[in-house]
Design a protein around this ligand. Structure first.
Ligand SMILES: Cc1ncc(COP(=O)(O)O)c(C=O)c1O
Length: 405
């Protein structure tokens, strides 16, 4: 893979003339994933499972492994194959609550997976049948909780609630070697107390079911510092979880797990695109909603941006731009606003920061686009949650987020 000191070095030729790439570039900063994972390993009072879906790039898997992460949340057979091949000593947890029968068999018999999530009796029956009534299963019952404090809600699709949750917990307890509960407060959760509220509602269900619980998995949802979405320091989230865990009606030696995706890899990626056309305050780019900028289009996320120009060019005032991606679809639009120098024009390159989570992982080939260059970039991400000092300075802008270089 190409290696550069910065994204600017990637697009500017050594003789000073622009010789930028024709394709958009996934910039990887594996060192940032290692720093994030190391923070979680040191501060989370339990086991940290990397949610592979957020960024399954082998360099990111290796980077979190290098920080000591040995547990991985996987959601499909290809994710299981990927992690098993790279990290043979890893423990895999198959946390998708709905799995194909063939996938359960492959996971259990071919890869030795013993941890499975379910959120219904029907899925539990499938799991029992496809593992031939195994007696070594660690069954994690996914429960529905509120997503009210999260930017990206995950409550609509998975999670058992009410009497059904009570029934699934009892049924799972009867067959599980270890029984766990899990939930997801929603992605990019801006309020640490969301976990306390969730853990209280999960506790009520455990009490109603009257079961012994060996594992509490508090899911993902830990945030990144995007412009306009600056969360409290991560340590506040850890403190809430620790305190709420103490109050839960679970075994005294119950295990505590978390499954961060975004928080481990968002800072480890950025994305370089080229302006193909300017029409007034609108820029047409060579990547967009069907590519690595999915969240900017569909979730209204405003990534930090910087124009990649040689040093020494005069600074221009900033202006708000709306951005279009390259496909013919009119929903391929990122409203932003994205602030860039007023004279941005065709041929300029823009770097989007903090795209490491759900960026390249979501890119499609729609309309014939979706080809990328990959490069390792050695400098720091545009901002970080892992600055090592207390809030508000903990979220440190490592670069002026909107700058003409
Ligand atoms: C079961 C599960 N765990 C963890 C995650 C990771 O969430 P996040 O990236 O918000 O930390 C997800 C995301 O969808 C998930 O579905």
């Amino acid at each position: 893979m190409e290696r550069h000191t910065s994204a600017l070095a990637l697009v500017v030729g050594s003789n000073g003339s622009p010789s930028g790439p024709d394709l958009p570039v996934h910039c990887l900063r594996p060192h940032a994933a290692t720093i994030a994972a190391d923070w979680f390993v040191r501060h989370f009072p339990g086991d940290v499972l990397y949610a592979v879906k957020a960024n399954p790039h082998p360099a990111i898997i290796d980077a979190v492994y290098a920080a000591g992460v040995r547990w991985f949340d996987v959601a499909s057979v290809p994710e299981i194959e990927l992690v098993s091949a790279r990290c043979p000593d890893a423990t895999l947890a198959y946390m998708h609550p709905v799995k194909a029968r063939s996938a359960i068999r492959r996971a259990y018999f071919d890869f030795g997976v013993r941890i499975f999530a379910v959120d219904s009796s029907a899925e539990l029956q499938k799991l029992i049948a496809e593992t031939n009534g195994a007696n070594d299963l660690h069954i994690i019952v996914r429960l529905a909780v509120s997503s009210d404090y999260a930017q990206h809600k995950l409550s609509g699709k998975f999670g058992a609630a009410g009497p059904e949750a009570v029934m699934v917990l009892r049924e799972a307890r009867a067959v599980a070697e270890e029984l766990g509960v899990s939930f997801h407060v929603g992605s990019q959760c801006m309020r640490p107390e969301a976990w306390r509220v969730a853990m209280q509602s999960v506790s009520e269900i455990i009490r109603a079911a009257g079961v012994t619980v060996d594992i509490v998995d508090v899911g993902g949802g830990f945030p990144t510092a995007y412009p306009g979405l600056i969360p409290p320091p991560l340590i506040d989230y850890i403190e809430e979880i620790k305190a709420a865990f103490e109050e839960m009606p679970v075994l005294e030696n119950a295990d505590l797990w978390c499954e961060p995706g975004r928080a481990l890899c968002a800072e480890a990626g950025s994305h370089v695109v080229r302006v193909e056309l300017r029409k007034g305050d609108t820029l047409y780019l060579n990547d967009g909603a069907y590519g690595a900028l999915f969240d900017a289009a569909h979730d209204g996320l405003v990534f930090p941006v910087q124009l990649l120009r040689e040093k020494g060019r005069p600074r221009r005032p900033m202006k708000a731009f709306k951005l279009f991606g390259p496909t013919c679809d009119s929903i391929d639009v990122m409203e932003g606003p994205f602030f860039l120098p007023a004279d941005v024009s065709e041929g300029d390159y823009i770097e989007f920061g903090l795209t490491g989570a759900y960026g390249s992982a979501l890119a499609t080939k729609f309309n014939g686009f979706g080809e990328y260059i990959e490069a390792v970039i050695e400098d720091a991400p545009m901002s970080t949650m892992y600055g090592g000092v207390t809030q508000p300075a903990e979220i440190i802008a490592l670069k002026d987020a909107v700058i003409e270089l």
